[in-house]
Design a protein around this ligand. Sequence first.
Ligand SMILES: [Fe+2]
Length: 888
Amino acid sequence: MISSAEVKEPVPSPQTAEGLSEERIAYLDGLVHQARVAAAVFTQFTQEDVDRIVKAIVLAGLEQAQALARLAVEETKLGLLEDKVIKNMVATEFAYDYVKDKRTVGIIREFPERNLVEIAEPIGVIFSLLPITNPTSTALFKCIMAVKTRNAVIFSPHPKAWRCCSQAVRIMYETAVKHGAPEGVFSCLEAHVLQDNAYLMRHKDVSLIDATGGPNAVKAAYSSGKPALGVGPGNTPVYLEKTADLKTSVVDILISKTFDNGTSCASEQTVVIDDEIYDLALKKFAELGTHICTEKETKVLERTVIDPQTGCMQPLAVGQKATDIARFVGIPVEPNTKLLITPIQGVGRAYPLSAEKLFPVLAVYRAKSVDEALQVCLDVNHAGGLGHTAVIFSRNDAIVRKFGEVINAGRIIVNSPGSIGALGAVYNDLVPTFAFGCGTGGGNSTTDNTNIYHYLNIKRLARRTEAHMWFRVPDQIYFNLNAVENLRQFQSQATIIVTNKAMERMGHVDIVRRCICPQTHIHVLVIPDAEPEMQVVLQGVEALHFYKADQIIALGGGSVIDAAKIMKLKYESPEADLEELAAPFLDLRKRVVQYPTDRIQRARLIAISTTSGTGSEVTPFAVLTNKKRGCKVTLADYSLNPDVAIVDPQFVMSMPKVLTADTGIDCLTHALEAGVSSYASPYTDSNAMQAIRLVFKYLPIAYENPRDEEARAMMHNAACIAGLAFSNASVGVNHALAHAFGARFNVAHGRANALMLPHVMRYNAAVPAKFMPSPYQHGYVAHKKYATMADLLGLRGQTVEEKVNQLIGAVEQLLDQLEFPRSIAQLGISKDEFEQAVPGLVKIAFEDPSWRSNPRLPLLSELEELFWKAYVGRGLAKAVAAPGQQAA
Ligand SMILES: [Fe+2]
């Protein structure tokens, strides 16, 4: 509780022990020592122990509410006995009602669904200042908070509230100890020595300062280097809006502003009244015992109750009755006058009565519009009351909300008294308190009503959360020879076949066309056989709209299927910004950009792959080339997944040897990377492992004997199955390197993968320099996964290391069999040219999202090393047991 009434507070010395006698230091050290011992003993108390003591001290405080109120009024000469009794009762009864069922010992809250447990720990020794305005109520309140949280407190009351505070603390202490609290749990400084506060604030065994005091004390607390709870000054603006219930509002303001003779720092200071109700409002105030000051009387008050030098209120007026103030300044008023109202025309130093007045003098301002009223309230708010309290009376919810948005106050009280409303729990559901946090506006760290949770260190025990995983694939997959016949079952009014020239030339488009329902209108859209550009996509979308297509059949390799995926996205969600959707992300479920879900029309996407490698027919990925900006964007979202995949080997029988090798190794790389991915699951593993077996068995056959139907069919299946694996487990460093290198030197994707593959496998099988953080994995398992793959392939080896080497050897042997170059150098790229390119390649590879699921977190230096290993290349493949002989 802070106010200008505290102007005459003691100013703490910046020097800790300066001016203190040895005896005084020994006395203060003694207090801290006994508090420290008490706090240590308190840590052993159970929740039941503290709850029993809390109830006892609350009852003791209630019993003494009147006696303590009397003492406070007598000593401080501020406020009203009757209201101070209410304050004491709120500080005990209402505080108890709030804390009685709350857990403050040990485990206080559990969130099983979040695997989180909160454990309370006491703070230890708290050094606490008590104010002159609410001395006994604040003391009672803080004692209750301290016992409930098992803390020991040393109190330092305002010099002019010494006796009443000591008495309040004594009553609480004796009752607490009688009911089992540790001795020394509370103490109150005997007599006042100016330097005590500064010394105690910096004492090594004081853990927290609770500075409910004037600005100097709060500043000293924050400057001490200790954690501190502070409060800020108030200057409460009130907006009496024209829709307000005037009868209630006027009484509420009277209750609040005259409560304890206006000593509460949350009490109303300036009421801004709408023009339409201004006269009526003042009439009602007058009827209920308010003296409306004339211009001349207002001038007199300005001069007498506000210090012209500082612009702050004069302490002599603080907490005095309206009649006493009127008599003192020479304004004749009725004997039953409870409030003086002074009309003002502005806010700031030129209008002295717009400042905080902790006595029953209330400024009023006539506002011609809502905007003006809000502005004046803001001005009052900023004239010394930032972060504290504001009040509005209105039945217009929009204006109430607007007021809440513009005003900077921790407590915005609606249609109820400000001073009592801010205390919490009486007129609203705010947490009850006698210390108001005012946020950064008031120089505090919080806007909270200080309560038990500010007296605790709350520890959070966070158990490992096994994030949910997924296995998302197209609804239907048809495979084996003539699987394309399944097209007949899909009804369609208008179908667009997205394909390329080669498919048309080879007659594949005609095969597809024959399998589409006869009633369907068919349009063939031939696109270039290269990664799709925006222009191509937009032309496709135009055609989809023109024919009102309800079905898209993508017939081709990865680029054709990717183009169809993006066309469908733009067709169904025209507003989708593809570049924005390609924004980087770390975790699919937490990504910043969300793909559209409110699609205006739907078209079934059927993907028929004509190469055996990319797996695009089942993946949620699509690559788009932005020719204008000279870059590629990768789109990834399960909404891109085709609805139906057709894996019919008749479309790959005529694949050239080089394409067979390139796409086949791309497929193998997908499976190997998905297998060791940090996102790998038993679901993706089963697909990855099977794809690896199929590749080792059938790729050499398909390469050597392209017309072998079984080998072609199995390689086609392998590509799709590997696609299922990496759709859900993603790939790794190999793809990041291959993407960068392939784009820079125009090397086919599968070929680029092949150049990196053995080196990346060796890299992933070694102990990482840097582990990849992953909640999905337990320990580092990449090398063991490779060993399992070796076992599945029937390779030799006893130890994990031997098996890893066997697997890498088998991969190298396969690459040799498929006549891949062994090094980047063999591609005819000079060392100088490569050296120049490497820094850029490393940068691009590091930006590639592919490695985010790699089992090992790649360092930039490691990426560079891997590029050079691929440049220099590998030796002859070591002889390994013929893979696949015991496999598949
Ligand atoms: Fe790939």
